[in-house]
Write a protein that binds this ligand. Structure first.
Ligand SMILES: Cc1ncc(COP(=O)(O)O)c(C=O)c1O
Length: 462
């Protein structure tokens, strides 16, 4: 094997630099360059093992390749409210200093309004400097929280079905996910299922806590099921967290999106929970502007100071203008809190109508929706299809719901997301008969969905 001059020093450099340098050296030394890449050191960090596959990539690609009504990914296809758009326009055109960095842990008017707004809701004195961290979306808050608090070997309890990033975030931090599955209580014949029938089994939940449990992830209203955890369920979670000295990471991005008079309760507002809870929120979901990517984590300084350490060594600053727009939007909401003119009152009313529209429409072809109490989503039971057409194309190992969604995209022009991806690997096979639909859509999108379903219905006729 030929060696070339400088080999040792160039492998220590960044990969691209190494490649460029080595190619130059080897070519001049007369070595074939195709042999170089086999000699590269392991590239990816071990923390990426097992988390490189992301089902969203495949389903989003398929949805863009076919002529579909896209009810897959969770984003509104209607504009944010005028006051929020105007706030962003003002942020772009008023103070030119908003083009520059702001305070690392959040633009002061935003941390101040978040502190006063959520202080009232949580019944807590919130210090904008110590108890609020502004992040790149709720995703950023979650990532920062896992990195800051989960250590090698720590166990993290995740209630499934779960927003799928909790598992890889736990793994990347070196933790071990421990899953507890919501149990479905049977419905009467013919009755539609409701997300409220999916419940925590208290004994099973208690059995998941060990001396290694560091955190529990709660998501209410839940994605993908739309379950809004009841006060009794939150009290159960709270008492177990306190008993076992466990932190609660509470993802509440859909907190304004609750229907049928259900009430969202923040677990941090329960006695003894503020001190051990991170409450995570999203301006994207609050103001129907998911592309703004402004999120936050609220919590006691003893937890937030560690999130600040991660933040200052990773992202450091979030974009200033988006934060200014969100600050002003919250000021608008604070002045109207609970009133008919509040967006946080109007949005759920409008979205509930879209939910009801979708529920009626999906039933027309034999999809059986589980009525969500909150969030952007519902899951629909496809068991009837599974028994009538079990052999849909696809790999035998591929869960049925995944094959069903691909079939639906290709043949029915409707894109959704298989619900099994919201379960841990060992449990996926038990939950491969649901698909998730997003109903936070404009009336025109829902009408386009109806046309596709109408065609599907006529094809069903004998
Ligand atoms: C439960 C849940 N948490 C967090 C997020 C991420 O929110 P953001 O867009 O603010 O990063 C989402 C987005 O879909 C979500 O469904």
């Amino acid at each position: 094997m030929k060696k070339w001059k400088g080999q040792k020093s160039c492998v220590d450099r960044r990969y691209s630099l190494w490649k460029r340098t080595c190619v130059r050296v080897c070519v001049s030394a007369g070595v074939r360059t195709s042999c170089l890449f086999a000699m590269a050191k392991r590239l990816q960090a071990r923390r990426l093992d097992g988390i490189d596959h992301n089902p969203w990539v495949e389903f989003s690609r398929m949805a863009s390749e076919y002529d579909v009504v896209n009810l897959g990914q969770g984003f509104p296809d209607f504009p944010p409210p005028d006051f929020a758009v105007q706030a962003f326009q003002l942020a772009l055109s008023s103070d030119y200093m908003l083009n520059q960095y702001t305070k690392a842990f959040g633009y002061p008017p935003l941390t101040e309004i978040l502190a006063s707004f959520f202080g009232k809701l949580l019944g807590q004195e919130i210090d904008p400097l110590k108890n609020v961290l502004v992040t790149v979306g709720a995703y950023g808050a979650l990532f920062t929280a896992f990195q800051a608090l989960v250590d090698e070997g720590d166990e993290v309890i995740i209630i499934e079905p779960f927003f799928d990033c909790y598992e890889p975030m736990t793994l990347m931090a070196g933790g071990r996910p421990v899953f507890v599955t919501l149990k479905l209580s049977p419905t009467q014949d013919g009755e539609l299922d409701s997300a409220s029938n999916w419940q925590l089994d208290p004994t099973e939940l208690a059995s998941k806590f060990t001396s290694r449990t560091k955190a529990l992830v709660l998501n209410t209203p839940n994605n993908p099921l739309g379950k809004v955890f009841s006060e009794a369920e939150l009290e159960l979670v709270a008492s177990l967290c306190q008993q076992h000295d466990v932190i609660c990471i509470s993802d509440e991005v859909y907190q304004w999106l609750v229907y049928d008079g259900h009430q969202h309760i923040s677990i941090a507002s329960l006695p003894g929970m503020w001190e051990r809870t991170l409450t995570i929120g999203s301006a994207g979901k609050s103001f129907s502007a998911t592309g703004w990517k402004v999120g936050w984590a609220l919590g006691p300084d003893r937890l937030l100071k560690h999130l600040r350490t991660v933040h200052q060594n990773t992202i450091y600053h979030c974009p200033t203008q988006g934060q200014a727009a969100v600050a002003q939007s919250f000021q608008h909401e604070q002045a109207r809190f609970g009133q008919a003119s509040s967006y946080f009152v109007q949005l759920p009313e409008a979205v509930q109508r879209s939910r009801d529209h979708m529920v009626r429409s999906l039933q027309s072809v034999g999809l059986r929706p589980v009525i969500p109490q909150g969030s952007y989503f519902l899951i629909a039971d496809i068991s009837d299809f599974k028994s009538k057409m079990p052999d849909l194309p696809g790999d035998a190992e591929e869960p049925y719901d995944s094959r069903f969604v691909k079939w639906m995209i290709r043949n029915k022009g409707l894109a959704a997301i298989p619900a099994s991806i919201f379960y841990s690997m060992p449990h996926r096979k038990h939950f491969d008969h649901y698909v998730r639909f997003c109903f936070v859509k404009d009336e025109s999108t829902l009408q386009a969905m109806d046309e596709k379903l109408q065609r599907w219905k006529t094809e069903l006729r004998p």
